[in-house]
Design a binder for this molecule. Structure first.
Ligand SMILES: Nc1ncnc2c1ncn2[C@@H]1O[C@H](COP(=O)(O)OP(=O)(O)O)[C@@H](O)[C@H]1O
Ligand SMILES: [Mg+2]
Length: 395
């Protein structure tokens, strides 16, 4: 595919890559940063627990008369302040006491029950700290403090909020860009129609004038000029339709398509075989804007003819797709479109032709999807074999 003069799409991709890399960097930085803090807090909590264990050991193994219960208070208070849930377990695997577990102070049996439950949960979380109490072993089991748990999740919460924010910003950004593009489309179309109006009206005047004097201005010439003026008029009508809310009317789509194909047949090489299959029940009328709809058929069929470079078969088939929709398949036996370009061909400025503007399919898609509420897409295509475009219209 040839690159358009101003490649807004590759620029958009660059932005996306730039924003993506930034998000990833922020994410990684935030994970590393909190990981470090988590490590520090984790080490501090372990240290407090070790102190706790040492103190239990010391008091059990040294029978001094000195009163060091205040030391217990300090260490226990530390553990309490840090909100580290712990359970002291005897070597018979029965809990003796716990901290930070919301245990009832005055109901020993209820307390024991809760301790056993908490112990079950804690058992596999961390390996316990061993305490040697006068020859027998006791174990301190513990969980992460709620602070630590929150901090572990923090970077992911942060990253998620960033993603949501980024997504919202992207939505707003692309909506405003689409609105801007809309204004350009519509404005340009209206202006073109407006500017063409005057010379066309004048040409029509001339044609009328020629008709009054067939001696001097032979009818066959005047007729030819009139045909071209009519064609110019049609183009103006198309542009002014796309520049305003087009009037929709119930039309016989098969008739619209077949009369265009008749027109096309006369203008292309006889080596292109044109067939039209109408599988629509007679009464099926569709709500369309004829001018714009013809424009779509013309764009797609002309592309098909271009793709076949003079030899091949163009087949158009209209049929009922389901209760709500009808489909028009336009197939050619041309050069085909590779899978990766099936969507790209609808973007403005994408063309493989020397003199192509790459706007035909953009316009066609816009007319079908925005003005008719239908769908236009590449149904199938194989390089070297041919392509089928499908238009889907709602009843
Ligand atoms: N039937 C087809 N077969 C193969 N390629 C096609 C067909 N229709 C469209 N294309 C490809 O899509 C491109 C864009 O088409 P279009 O938007 O009509 O612009 P243009 O006709 O000005 O190139 C074409 O240049 C061509 O490469
Ligand atoms: Mg084209």
């Amino acid at each position: 595919m040839k690159l358009p003069a101003i490649d807004i799409y590759s620029q958009k991709n660059l932005y996306q890559i730039f924003i993506g890399i930034n998000l990833a960097l922020i994410g990684i930085a935030s994970i590393i940063y909190t990981y470090n803090i988590v490590e520090n807090v984790d080490a501090r909590e372990k240290r407090q627990l070790t102190l706790y264990a040492q103190l239990i050991e010391y008091s059990a193994n040294h029978s001094t008369t000195e009163d060091y219960t205040f030391l217990f208070e300090v260490v226990k208070d530390n553990i309490f302040q840090s909100r580290i849930p712990t359970i002291l377990v005897g070597d018979d695997n029965l809990p003796i006491d716990g901290t930070n577990l919301d245990l009832p102070a005055h109901d020993p049996s209820e307390k024991q029950k809760l301790l056993i439950e908490a112990f079950e949960e804690m058992k596999d979380e961390h390996p316990p700290i061993e305490v040697d109490v006068a020859g027998t072993k006791q174990y301190i089991y513990f969980s992460d403090s709620s602070l630590l748990v929150q901090m572990r999740y923090y970077p992911y919460v942060q990253l998620l909020s960033l993603l949501v924010l980024g997504f919202l910003a992207y939505l707003v950004f692309s909506a405003s860009r689409a609105a801007e593009q809309n204004r350009v489309w519509v404005g340009l179309a209206k202006e073109t129609a407006h500017q063409l109006g005057t010379p066309i009206a004048s040409l029509m005047g001339w044609v009328e004038f020629f008709r009054t004097d067939p001696e001097r201005y032979p009818d066959e010439y005047t007729g030819e000029i009139e045909k071209d003026v009519k064609r110019l008029e049609m183009i103006t009508t198309r542009f002014s339709s796309i520049g305003s809310t087009p009037a929709m009317k119930h039309e016989n789509v098969s008739e619209v398509v077949s009369s265009f194909l008749d027109y096309l047949k006369r203008r292309i090489s006889t080596k292109v075989k044109v067939t039209f299959v109408n599988d629509l029940p007679e009464e099926r009328q569709m709500n369309i804007n004829r001018n714009l709809f013809e424009w779509v058929i013309e764009n797609i069929c002309k592309n098909a003819v271009d793709a076949m470079t003079g030899v091949g078969a163009l087949k158009v088939r209209i049929f009922v797709l389901n209760k709500q929709e009808i489909a028009i398949d336009i197939s050619d036996t041309g050069k085909g479109i590779s899978r990766g370009n099936w969507q790209k061909v609808f973007k403005p400025g994408i063309s493989t032709k020397k003199r192509g503007w790459g706007l035909g399919l953009t316009l066609a898609k816009r007319i079908i999807e925005e003005y008719h509420g239908g769908k236009l897409f590449v149904k199938n295509s194989e390089v070297g074999k041919g392509t089928t475009f499908r238009i889907v219209l709602k009843q």
